[in-house]
Ligand binder design. Structure first.
Ligand SMILES: NC(=O)c1ccc[n+]([C@@H]2O[C@H](COP(=O)([O-])OP(=O)(O)OC[C@H]3O[C@@H](n4cnc5c(N)ncnc54)[C@H](OP(=O)(O)O)[C@@H]3O)[C@@H](O)[C@H]2O)c1
Length: 476
């Protein structure tokens, strides 16, 4: 296997768009602009896209292995993605069996890009090294740079041997589950594959780039009524919320359930709120500002708790929780629900809220967790769990089927993207900074090859029917 060429040395932080003239084996040359023109040309056929030569390199957002110590001594809050995320020219990876190269029109920022960019809880290069040891082919991922990003919308450029379901020219989104499936363990639920990884976080060649390398079983049809950046926004969080709340692998939410949703206007929460509403449940949305409360109202939620305005302090000090605050929170929930407790808590803040989440769940109810943003060392009073027969369920991303169902609901106009702001690829550091500092709403998008917002809409009729819902996170 050819060893990758070194990445381009960076001079200015965000250099001008470099020239991408790259000779191909046939002596012809191709630029990313040629690829973009072919994608955007109404007359382009699948054969035209398939016949396009590929460039030798492309632009991508990376972290560098020799910089993982750059924030040593700083508080988490002060670790700044704008310093660690680079826009580099990187060589095109070799295409393997079962894989696809996708021209990325747009991507989005997920919290995992924040974790990667601040090197917490661990630098992601350990994941790449471990993946690189699996096989000769996966060795491609173990590089001194990590191309991040776990969402994309775009167009298939090439497929590897053994790919029959997808062709060059297909307009797609990609979910972020990467599996090997050589063990029997993953064959009931692919999330249980021992070699399960999150693409663009635990693997290289992610979506915050002009080209991405994915496995073909990550691909799903792009919802036709959405623009490139809208289509790229739901992927990771929508699929995660679907498994966590709706799927039989998660809380199996049913009609009439009261669902407490932390961060209800954020990445995960904005989809959990929509699933609750669409499934006949009642979301109780927790947010931290009137603006975020207004977003929840726009989605159709009526029961909203502004945790900042109401000043909950579940921890008296670093080691001691304040059970009176749990009770105050539970009382507030009952005020809103007319005396009922919650059937399901949609958990992800972790340490700061978990004790309260276990407390406020009704007898026999479920706390379903997929993260620990405020700390993974949780404490709760177990008497409230076992005596009241509650269950805690761990949930992580989604299998292909769950991701497909979640995407299908978007494609039907039942669940909508929650895109609030869109950045250029050059400004990905700022986009990740916004998410890190919790000053964003819903999802933050990134244009990769798409030259402007609003392109890529194919189904104008379905779009017109849902225009208000698609845009409700904008300009708020
Ligand atoms: N396991 C998985 O598959 C998976 C998938 C996606 C995400 N995640 C993880 O889930 C977490 C959230 O992701 P996201 O995309 O939803 O992030 P996000 O867009 O930042 O939204 C999270 C929201 O949670 C609320 N929040 C944050 N800290 C809080 C605290 N200490 N107490 C109460 N509420 C708090 C905030 O809302 P307010 O300020 O309005 O309350 C924030 O906007 C991250 O840690 C991410 O890595 C895991």
């Amino acid at each position: 296997m050819a060893s990758p060429a070194p990445i381009t040395q960076q001079e200015p932080k965000h250099p001008q768009r470099p020239s991408l003239w790259a000779p191909t084996a046939g002596g012809t040359t191709v630029t990313m602009k040629d690829i973009l023109d072919a994608i955007q040309s109404p007359g382009s056929t699948a054969a035209d896209i398939a016949a396009l030569p590929l460039p030798e390199s492309y632009r991508a957002i990376t972290v560098h292995k020799d910089e993982t110590e750059m924030f040593t001594g700083r508080e988490t809050r002060d670790k700044d993605p704008r310093e660690s995320l680079h826009l580099d020219e990187v060589p095109l990876p070799e295409l393997g069996p079962g894989e696809a190269l996708v021209a990325v029109m747009a991507s989005s920022v997920n919290y995992n890009s924040v974790w990667t960019s601040i090197f917490e809880p661990l630098p992601t290069f350990g994941f790449l090294e471990r993946y690189g040891r699996v096989s000769e082919l996966t060795g491609r991922h173990d590089l001194p740079y990590h191309i991040i990003g776990s969402d994309l919308s775009g167009v298939v450029l090439r497929t590897g041997p053994g790919v029959n379901a997808w062709r060059p020219g297909d307009e797609v989104v990609a979910h972020c589950l990467s599996v090997e499936l050589e063990s029997s363990d993953g064959h009931n639920d692919t999330m249980l594959d021992p070699e399960q990884r999150i693409w663009g976080f635990e693997t290289n060649f992610g979506g915050l780039a002009e080209i991405a390398l994915v496995k073909s079983n990550q691909l799903m049809p792009k919802p036709g009524h959405l623009s490139w950046e809208e289509a790229a926004a739901p992927g990771l969080v929508n699929s995660t919320a679907y498994r966590q709340l709706v799927s039989r692998n998660g809380a199996q939410m049913k009609q009439g359930d009261n669902v407490l949703i932390w961060g209800a206007s954020g990445g995960l929460g904005s989809y959990a709120t929509q699933f609750a509403l669409a499934g006949g449940a009642t979301p109780i949305c927790v947010v931290s500002s009137p603006r975020k409360a207004e977003i929840c109202r726009r989605m159709g939620a009526e029961l909203i708790i502004d945790r900042s305005a109401e000043g909950y302090r579940f921890w008296r000090d670093e080691h001691t929780q304040d059970t009176r605050e749990w009770k105050r929170f539970g009382k507030r929930i009952r005020e809103l629900t007319g005396g009922e407790d919650v059937d399901i808590v949609f958990e992800h803040p972790g340490r700061e809220t978990f004790g309260a989440s276990v407390y406020v769940t009704r007898k026999g109810g479920t706390i379903v967790t997929c993260a620990s943003t405020s700390g993974y060392d949780h404490q709760y009073d177990n008497r409230y769990l076992w005596m009241s027969l509650k269950r805690i369920i761990g949930s992580h991303f989604a299998n292909y089927r769950e991701a497909w169902e979640a995407n299908r609901l978007v494609a039907k106009g039942r669940i909508h993207p929650t895109l609030s702001k869109v950045y250029s690829l050059e400004d990905t550091g700022q986009a990740a900074h916004d998410v890190h500092r919790n000053v964003h709403q819903g999802k933050v998008g990134v244009l990769c090859l798409a030259p402007e917002e609003g392109l890529g809409v194919r189904d104008t009729e379905l779009r017109a029917r849902h225009a208000e819902a698609i845009n409700r996170f904008r300009n708020i």
